[in-house]
Ligand binder design. Structure first.
Ligand SMILES: [Zn+2]
Length: 166
């Protein structure tokens, strides 16, 4: 399987015990990260936030900066295995899968039938220009448009069956 945007690596840049920046190797939309520091000694009152249970901390919301080379450099310093994010995959997702990964044409035909397996699903796509085919890969993110039916109580149904059997 090709490496894609699921292979996210982050670098948290700290100076003087304070988070200065967070770098990511991915342009995937990770929105925000909250910094939570329980070492509140010497902090000004207006820097302190409080959880529902009264626990105090200092912190802030930090945006993530997309900087692949920075993250790659830091992980290399640890001799860590580092995923090379596939630019072609990232571009494909960024452009909503509206171009052919082979010839670049936007004359692509997606098959409406999607084959699902738990959290993932696949749909066949073809390019009308170069006649390449590939599978779009989908990931389950939730559901909507639930048309709920009234829930039937189990026990009365069981009694009906019991009557029929006797
Ligand atoms: Zn093509």
């Amino acid at each position: 399987m090709t490496t894609n945007t699921n292979q996210i690596r982050l670098v948290i840049h700290v100076e003087g015990g304070i988070v200065q920046a967070i770098y990511s190797n991915s342009s995937a939309p990770i929105i925000q990260i909250a910094i939570q520091d329980f070492d509140i000694e010497g902090a000004d009152g207006d820097e302190i936030a409080m959880l529902n249970d009264g626990t105090e901390f200092i912190g802030h919301i930090e945006a993530i900066i997309h900087n692949d080379s920075c993250v790659a450099d830091v992980f290399a310093a640890f001799d860590e295995e580092y995923p090379v994010n596939d630019k072609q995959q990232e571009n494909y997702v960024a452009r909503d899968g509206q171009f052919c990964p082979n010839c670049g044409a936007n004359n692509v035909q997606a098959n409406v039938g999607i084959e699902a397996d738990g959290l993932s699903a696949w749909g066949l796509v073809g390019c009308s220009d170069c006649e390449s085919t590939w599978m779009d890969q989908y990931r389950l993110v939730g559901f909507d448009n639930l048309e709920a039916t009234p829930l039937k109580a189990i026990s009365p149904v069981a009694e009906v069956f019991a009557h029929k059997l006797s």
